[in-house]
Design a protein around this ligand. Structure first.
Ligand code: ATP
Length: 272
């Protein structure tokens, strides 16, 4: 068996969690000839391995910020960098999951999870092994040969999350991934997401409208002000980890929710 040199081993090892820096970012869209200022003067630093949620009034630019970080949009001003590299296009080490799971209906569950690997030409036996490992992790191992139409909404979203993780991203961007699900399923998936994040450390930026979801998951919650969005408050969630659902009954959990709600109210009041 060939032995790897130290350098080769480092090249092949999955990258560690990424650091993210957003500096003076603004984004203005043009809609029917009129300028729509979605984001202004936005600064954000996220340390490797942090789980950070973005919360704010509807239309404050959360999805826009996530797309700028993903390299799907270009800022009007300012820069975004991942591990010191300016983002000018989608980066291979970034995984994404959105509110709609957008599975391909003609592909099985396993083949949907493998899609990013197939696109990258890495869909061999090793990649399929990795996809199976993820399906096991999220409790869908028995469904690998099923098709999307045979799954519930929660199961589809689990598959989309496995797909976002299959390339071992060092940065995971999630835009309201559980927004369309009932509360019980959402809480189950919150538990599973934290389990995966603990087993495979990575930096996560998570957009949500749910204060309790943000508190349960995050190390920090960034509260954005109404349009044009900017960072209104950056709140550290000092609740201990690992977290499980019993946390939801604790007074500290309610206190953290109260604090975030107060910051959100302030952010909205600033607009009146
Ligand atoms: N491609 C686009 N063209 C024109 N305007 C856009 C475009 N994308 C977003 N906007 C506008 O920019 C603003 C911010 O939108 P964005 O979707 O980022 O907000 P959001 O905070 O994610 O909203 P929500 O919480 O409702 O999902 C909105 O006013 C939106 O209409």
């Amino acid at each position: 068996m060939a032995t790897l040199t130290g350098q080769q081993a480092r090249d092949q090892a999955p990258p560690g969690p990424a650091a993210l820096a957003v500096r003076g970012v603004a984004k203005t869209f043009t809609r029917r000839g009129a300028a729509v200022r979605a984001l202004e003067h936005t600064d954000l630093d996220i340390a490797p391995g942090e789980f950070v949620s973005l919360i704010g009034p509807s239309g404050c630019g959360k999805s826009t910020l996530l797309k700028l970080i993903a390299g799907l949009l270009e800022p009007t001003a300012g820069t975004v960098s991942v591990d010191g590299t300016p983002v000018t296009e989608p980066l291979a080490q970034v995984g994404m999951a959105f509110q709609k799971p957008t599975l391909l209906r003609w592909r099985t569950v396993l083949d949907n999870v493998c899609l990013p690997l197939d696109i990258a030409g890495e869909g061999g036996a090793e990649g399929r092994g990795r996809a199976r490992e993820l399906l096991e992790m999220i409790g869908l191992a028995a469904f690998e040969k099923h098709y999307p139409k045979e799954l519930s909404g929660g199961m589809e979203q689990r598959v989309a999350i496995a797909r976002s993780l299959v390339g071992r991203p060092s940065l995971l961007l999630m835009d309201e991934p559980f927004g369309a699900l009932d509360e019980f399923t959402r809480e189950d998936l919150n538990d599973e997401l934290l389990g995966v994040w603990q087993r495979e450390p990575k930096t996560v930026v998570f957009v949500t409208h749910s204060i309790s979801e943000a508190v349960f998951l995050s190390d920090r919650i960034v509260v954005m002000s109404a349009r044009p969005g900017r960072v209104h408050a950056d709140i550290k969630v000092a609740l201990p980890r690992p977290r499980d659902r019993s946390l939801r009954d604790q007074p500290e959990f309610y206190e953290a929710i109260r604090q975030v709600r107060a910051a959100l109210d302030e952010a909205k009041d600033g607009e009146r």
